[in-house]
Design a protein around this ligand. Structure first.
Ligand code: ADP
Ligand code: MG
Length: 682
């Protein structure tokens, strides 16, 4: 049945049709009934049989078929996991926490008991935990204390198609671990022979969209299985012209759907949190102006840095006479399935981490907004057809779709490798010799070696130093773990931990508001430190700690609101600091040592870590990286007063139309001299 076509769209140009009739589930099913209705449930017995017989299985199945939530439960319920833990890895934090919560509900247990999770700076599990959802980064970190992952009887590598850096490192290690734990030997004439193993490991690679052959070959004879999905037809419309402002285009498309199309929730794919927040605001404002007889709009944002549980409302049934509008990053592409979606708006954009390499070691990771791949576009469209026929509105032309890359490049080919290389060095491994699915570029390996050498984590022979080992013990970027270790020399560990904790939180400390710019700058003035952003942060932390002693919970909240501070960042930083203190304790570092009101020790400690992030003022008034060639500008948001100070250190470079240094402090000249000798040595 043809519907009124949307302004500015051509199409439908393509129809995906599985030939199935649409089924509409009218009343909410009980949890166990929901489980048994999932597409994967039909194959349960067959799957268990295959898992029993094969050490390595590659499982492919449409998003939403039940892989991530059901497979671990099947393994547990069938006793296949023995006494060991089942690890399920995810590239993203939110996916790990929200899926763990779901599976705990399905198992009818409290989260943290038999079903738990572990992500950076946040974990909920206990000795009785049998199913553990974790980020790939966390399990790679566990390799350092248990190189055979002997606690785990099954490791499920989920979302393997994303090929995140940590997933690739995990996969490489799993291959060696399998050999050792399953006692596999090469016997002449017989090929691979399995001996007796006391603690065998099973590996399951899962994805909705994967080059299964490649994984099969890598694991030499892995069994490849497919789960029948449930995909209803989705009509795809392309925009007739390219869109300059995709946020605005998404907003207009949403309201056209809202006014012209029957009930059904809308899922909008956007590149990041900023766009999500701004579009959410606009949609709320306009939907409040709609006539009273109109359906209501309920907006639900969903992105990676949300706190655990913060996005649970997307899973609640849509209230009557309401249309849910979910604004998500590519987290909703394959990791998390949201029920009720009938319409998808695809901006065609995503954020991607990319290392802008400089062979001198001055390269940097930056998040760039870029076009998605064809594979992502197909996945996004597919989200509209899970419960019935749906519609997908692409805010780009059909030609633009055809011009997209087929699938994404593995992260290992495009990201900074220093932190991973340091972890590998602790394991006695090396990027150059590890059996990886894809080898990183020579240039980026060289640059990560230089970084670690300059930080003092590796010596001339590329061997890990004792400082390097200490650094690797902290769940921090190498620059910050180096600063923490330097703080023990300068007697300011307390202060450095305060700062580094805030910098490692996923939410931003300062709330920006373009409408109240003057009020914001006045409130900020109170904390502003002449040396710049790091000590400004320290001032905020100290002030908050003081307030926390006298004020009630609501008083603290109000104080943060008045000062345009994001309390969530401060609370998160408190948790992070607790964890960093524990690491200090393990390493025999006294985390209570404080330098009182002195500034220099703090800056110098930070300088040791950020030595690579140093820029010097040039005669022409611009800053240039001390290592590396880039000309950088101080970010307008910086609290550094003297914008012509001879030398600065910075947390990161952000690349828009120019390269900006963000999180800037001035650094004394005397320190540059010490650093100069360091440079000469290299
Ligand atoms: P797959 O891994 O194959 O993509 P999942 O196991 O993630 O599939 O999803 C199976 C089902 O579980 C989906 O219908 C999804 O909507 C549902 N689900 C997942 N998480 C939650 C949650 N937190 N609340 C309610 N339903 C959920
Ligand atoms: Mg999944």
């Amino acid at each position: 049945k043809a519907r009124k076509s949307l302004n500015g769209f051509t199409g439908p140009s393509k129809i995906e049709d599985s030939g199935r009739a649409s089924v509409n589930v009218s009343k909410p099913l009980q949890i166990q009934e929901q489980r048994s209705k999932l597409p994967i449930a039909k194959g349960k017995e067959a799957l268990i049989r295959e898992f029993r017989e094969n050490d390595v299985t590659v499982l492919l199945g449409e998003t939403g078929s039940g892989k991530t939530t059901q497979v671990p439960q099947y393994l547990l319920e069938s006793g296949l996991a023995g006494d060991g833990i089942i690890a399920v890895t995810q590239p993203r934090k939110v996916a790990a926490t929200s899926l763990a919560a779901r599976v705990a509900t399905e198992q009818n247990v409290n989260l943290g008991s038999s079903v738990g999770y572990s992500v950076r700076f946040d974990e909920r599990f206990s000795p009785e935990t049998r199913i553990k959802y974790m980020t790939d980064g966390m399990i790679v970190r566990e390799l350092m204390s248990d190189s055979l992952l002997s606690k785990y009887s099954v490791v499920i590598v989920d979302e393997a198609h994303e090929r995140s850096l940590r997933t690739d490192l995990l996969i490489a290690n799993l291959k060696t671990i399998l050999r050792q734990r399953n006692n596999i030997q090469d016997v002449k004439g017989k090929g691979k022979v399995k001996g007796n193993a006391s603690n065998p490991l099973k590996v399951i690679i899962m994805s909705a969209t994967l080059d299964a052959e490649k994984f099969g070959l890598f694991f030499e004879g892995a069994k490849i299985l497919y789960v029948q999905g449930r995909q209803h037809p989705v009509k795809i419309y392309h925009s007739s012209q390219g869109q300059v402002d995709y946020v605005d285009a998404a907003m207009r498309t949403f309201f056209q759907i809202h006014t012209d199309y029957p009930p059904g929730d809308v899922l909008i794919f956007l590149p990041g949190q900023e766009d999500i927040e701004s579009l959410e605001k606009t949609i709320q404002i306009y939907s409040n102006q709609l006539p009273h007889d109109h359906m209501l709009v309920l907006t639900c944002p969903m992105y990676a840095s949300q706190a655990a549980g913060q996005n649970s409302k997307v899973f609640h049934p849509t209230p009557p006479n309401t249309r849910k509008c979910i604004l998500a990053t590519n987290i909703a592409e394959t990791s998390i399935t949201i029920p009720g979606v009938k319409y998808v708006i695809d901006t065609g954009k995503c954020k991607e981490k990319r290392y802008l390499a400089r062979n001198t070691g001055g390269g940097f990771d930056t998040l760039l907004i870029r076009d998605i791949t064809q594979s992502s576009a197909m996945q996004r469209a597919g989200r509209a057809g899970r419960e019935g026929a749906g519609h997908c509105f692409r805010l780009y032309t059909e030609d633009a779709f055809k011009a997209m890359a087929l699938s994404a490049e593995p992260e290992i080919m495009r990201c900074s490798l220093s932190s991973s290389l340091l972890q590998l060095k602790c394991l006695g491994q090396d990027l150059e010799t590890l059996d990886l699915m894809d080898q990183p570029a020579d240039e980026s390996m060289k640059s990560s070696l230089i970084v670690l050498f300059l930080l003092g984590a590796l010596d001339r022979e590329k061997e890990i130093t004792s400082v390097g080992r200490q650094m690797a013990a902290f769940p921090l970027e190498p620059v910050y773990s180096r600063a923490v270790i330097a703080s023990t020399e300068y007697g300011c560990t307390q202060e450095v931990l305060d700062i580094v904790s805030v910098l490692s939180a996923s939410s931003k400390l300062f709330v920006e508001s373009s409408e109240q710019r003057d009020a914001v700058s006045e409130a900020r003035q109170k904390f502003r430190h002449v040396c710049g952003d790091h000590l400004t942060i320290l001032n905020v932390v100290k002030a908050y700690q003081e307030i926390a002693q006298s004020e009630s919970k609501s008083g603290r909240k109000e104080w943060c609101r008045r000062h345009f501070l994001n309390e969530r960042a401060l609370l998160e930083a408190n948790d992070i600091r607790d964890q960093l203190r524990q690491t200090c304790q393990r390493l025999g570092i006294d985390h209570r040592v404080s330098c009182g009101e002195k500034d220099d020790p703090v800056i110098q400690s930070l300088g040791h870590g950020l030595a690579l992030n140093m820029a010097l003022l040039q005669p022409d008034g611009f800053y240039k990286q001390a290592i590396g060639q880039s000309v950088v500008k101080i970010h307008p948001s910086s609290t550094l007063c003297d914008k012509k100070t001879p030398a600065i250190i910075y947390d990161e470079l952000v690349y828009t139309n120019q390269i900006y240094a963000r999180g800037v402090s001035k650094i004394p000249k005397s320190f540059i001299l010490t650093f100069g000798t360091l440079k000469l040595q290299s």
